[in-house]
Structure formats: structure tokens, C-alpha cells
Design a protein around this ligand. Structure first.
Ligand code: OSB
Ligand code: MG
Length: 368
């Protein structure tokens, strides 16, 4: 399976409404769509999910382009691989930069599944036909949060994830609980607390949250283990889990009871699947995280979340959660609280080239 080209499409789209966390606002999203084409002219697609600035992880759109252009694609040109499982090994000489690696690795998986004429979900070992869908409420006012929750419930979403921080936690959640006493709710703190806030975090046990995501530092697993001993709410790790070994160590230490698996954060679908398999073995719950992504990454998430361990509704929402019009057809939709896993080969969605070109900022072509 010789590759003939790799193309990078840099695109930008405004969000329908701002996505607010204590780390700042996301108003528009830049991203990189990767197309790998083989000698038969068959293409696979992947997406680079780093943001324009390094607020969530250290990577950016620019750093991803640099890694892809100057290191990752040249490695692939020099040393063709037989199977997408080999990509992360090929990239091992490049430290971290997991989102850049995943951008191309996911494209290789789509191509591989298409060559096998099988849905990517089946290639990965997926068993689910539909995936329970959750959605994120990322706003700084109670009124907006309540309005959004009402609309999302009407659209069928099964659980809400609420962005919190020390200035927006107990009162915010108590107001939501006043109107929705039984709603499945989790909170995501994006590292806005420290162990000094132990009492604030303990108090959140009042709201019987499904879990609290990444309360402490982005690179910590020690303090999270201390915290988990003190609170009833299950701790879920997001930012802290960047490799399989991070997951192994966090579980061993008791730092979390749940892991949010994001394909980009861990360097691709192969590593994501390894973490999933290990968590199933250790009885740690997993769910699939989101990155305010376009349809290509959303499609890869759907394939991943079809694996048996993904029992909790993830941040896999419909295309229209963020976008006026997505870059795939059909767009991702949520029906009765579920996203249907496509049965067509590969990611199971077509690229909407007209839409892609409307959004295009830059294009780079590498021939093999
Ligand atoms: O912490 O899970 C996060 C979005 C961007 C960066 C980090 C996070 C998020 C989300 C949800 O919370 C994203 C989504 O629904 O796509
Ligand atoms: Mg998170």
C-alpha cells in the first residue's frame, strides 16, 4: 500500500456561540484536515485538533503544521508503513506532539479501512451500532446554562457536562440541580483547582455528579490520587493522560476512576484503543472526549466510541452543536440521544469539498 500524496488543508470556521472556560473563550476554530492518498487514488482523512493557541495543551495549529511538514511526513516518505498500528512506532523519534501525530495516523486508519472495505468501527473492534451522546455547557452565566440545558434536553442529549472553576461551582451547580434534580451531570474543571481547594471540592459531593473531570494540574497524577481519597465524586482524568503509560500509572496510583480518552491527546487511534483495552481490564470507566472538532475528527470519535468499553455518554455531539455547516456529508446528528455508527467503509462520511474550500486558509501538498 504505497502512498502517493499527503495533503494538508488548513481551515477556519466561526463557532455558533462562544465556548467559555476559565482559560478563555473559543470563538472560532482553526484546524487541519489531512488527506492521505494511495497509489490506487483512494483517500483517507484525518484531522489535527490542536487549537490556535496552546491553552488546552502545548500544541497549536502552527506547531502541528511544523511537525507534519518538517518531521512526520518526511518520516513517512522515507519509511513506508504496512499498517496504521505502526505509525506511532515510526513517529517515536519525535517527542510528544501527539495531536500532529494523530492527524496523520487517523487519516491512515480511514484509508486502511477503505482498502479493506470495512467500517473503521469494525476494524477497531467496535461492537456498538449507536453511541449515547452527551454535550458540553461552557458558559459563565447560570441563565445561559439553564437555557442551553433546556435546548439540549429537547434535542435528546443524555447527559450534560458543565464547565466549572473555583469562581463558578457550588452556586452554579446548585442552581442547575434546583431545576434538574435527576439529570446526569458531570463537571469539567480544566485544572482550575489545587489541593488548597479541598473543601470546595468536597462540597461538590452534594450534587451527586457522575464525575469531576481534571480538577487539578494538567500534568499531575499524585495530587489527584490524594484528592480521590477525600471526595466521593469519581475523578476523571483528561489532560493528565497523554500516553498508555500515563493511564497505567494513574490507575495504579488510584488517581482516577474514569478516563476521558481523546484520540488527538494520546497520539492516535491505536494508543486510544490500547488505553481503552487496559481500562476495561482494570474496571476503569472510559468515555470519548471532544475537541470542538470538525466532522472528520467527530467521525473518528464515533468509530472509537463504538468499542465495548465506552459505556458512558461522551462529548460526541451533533455537527450543529458548534457549526452552521460541517465539512462532512451527511452531518453528524443525534436521534433520541444516540449517534448512529456508520456502516460504510472507512469513517463512513464523505468530505464536503465545497464547504472545505469555503473555509480554506492554506493548503500544502506532499508527493511521495
Ligand atoms: O476539556 O474536554 C475538555 C473542548 C476543548 C478543549 C478541551 C475540552 C473541551 C470540551 C468539550 O470540554 C468539547 C466538545 O464537546 O467537543
Ligand atoms: Mg476536559
Amino acid at each position: 500500500r504505497k502512498l502517493s500524496s499527503v495533503k494538508l488543508y488548513v481551515i477556519k470556521m466561526p463557532l455558533k456561540s462562544p465556548f467559555l472556560t476559565h482559560l478563555g473563550a473559543v470563538n472560532e476554530r482553526e484546524g487541519i484536515i489531512v488527506e492521505v492518498t494511495d497509489a490506487d487514488g483512494i483517500s483517507g482523512f484525518g484531522e489535527g485538533v490542536a487549537f490556535s493557541s496552546p491553552w488546552y495543551t502545548e500544541e497549536t495549529v502552527e506547531s502541528s503544521l511544523h511537525m507534519l511538514t518538517d518531521f512526520l511526513i518526511p518520516l513517512l516518505q522515507k519509511q513506508p508503513i504496512k499498517h496504521p498500528e505502526d505509525a506511532l512506532t515510526l513517529f517515536k523519534s519525535i517527542k510528544r506532539n501527539n495531536m500532529a501525530k494523530a492527524a496523520i495516523e487517523t487519516a491512515l486508519w480511514d484509508l486502511y479501512a477503505k482498502k479493506m472495505s470495512l467500517p473503521l468501527s469494525k476494524i477497531l473492534g467496535g461492537t456498538r451500532e449507536k453511541i449515547p451522546s452527551g454535550v458540553v455547557v461552557a458558559t459563565d452565566s447560570v441563565a445561559n446554562a439553564l437555557k442551553q440545558i433546556e435546548a439540549y434536553l429537547d434535542e435528546g442529549y443524555q447527559r450534560m457536562k458543565i464547565k466549572i472553576n473555583p469562581n463558578q461551582d457550588y452556586f452554579f451547580l446548585s442552581e442547575i440541580r434546583r431545576y434538574y434534580p435527576d439529570l446526569p451531570i458531570m463537571a469539567d474543571a480544566n485544572s482550575s483547582y489545587s489541593l488548597k481547594d479541598m473543601d470546595r471540592l468536597k462540597a461538590l459531593d452534594d450534587f451527586h455528579l457522575l464525575m469531576i473531570e481534571q480538577p487539578l494540574a494538567h500534568d499531575d497524577i499524585i495530587d489527584h490520587a490524594l484528592l480521590q481519597k477525600e471526595i466521593n465524586t469519581p475523578v476523571c482524568l483528561d489532560e493528565s493522560i497523554v500516553t498508555f503509560d500515563d493511564a497505567r500509572k494513574a490507575i495504579e496510583l488510584g488517581s482516577c476512576k474514569v478516563i476521558n480518552i481523546k484520540v488527538g491527546r494520546v497520539g492516535g487511534l491505536y494508543e486510544a484503543k490500547r488505553i481503552h483495552d487496559f481500562c476495561v481490564e482494570k474496571d476503569i470507566h472510559v468515555w470519548c472526549g471532544g475537541m470542538i472538532e470538525f466532522g472528520v475528527s467527530r467521525a473518528h470519535n464515533i468509530a472509537l466510541a463504538s468499542l465495548p468499553g465506552f459505556s458512558i455518554p461522551g462529548d460526541i455531539s451533533a455537527s450543529d452543536r458548534f457549526w452552521e455547516q460541517d465539512i462532512i456529508t451527511p452531518e453528524v446528528t443525534v436521534e433520541n440521544g444516540y449517534v448512529t455508527v456508520p456502516q460504510k467503509p472507512g469513517i463512513g462520511f464523505e468530505i464536503n469539498l465545497k464547504r472545505l474550500n469555503e473555509l480554506l486558509l492554506d493548503k500544502r501538498v506532499f508527493t511521495f
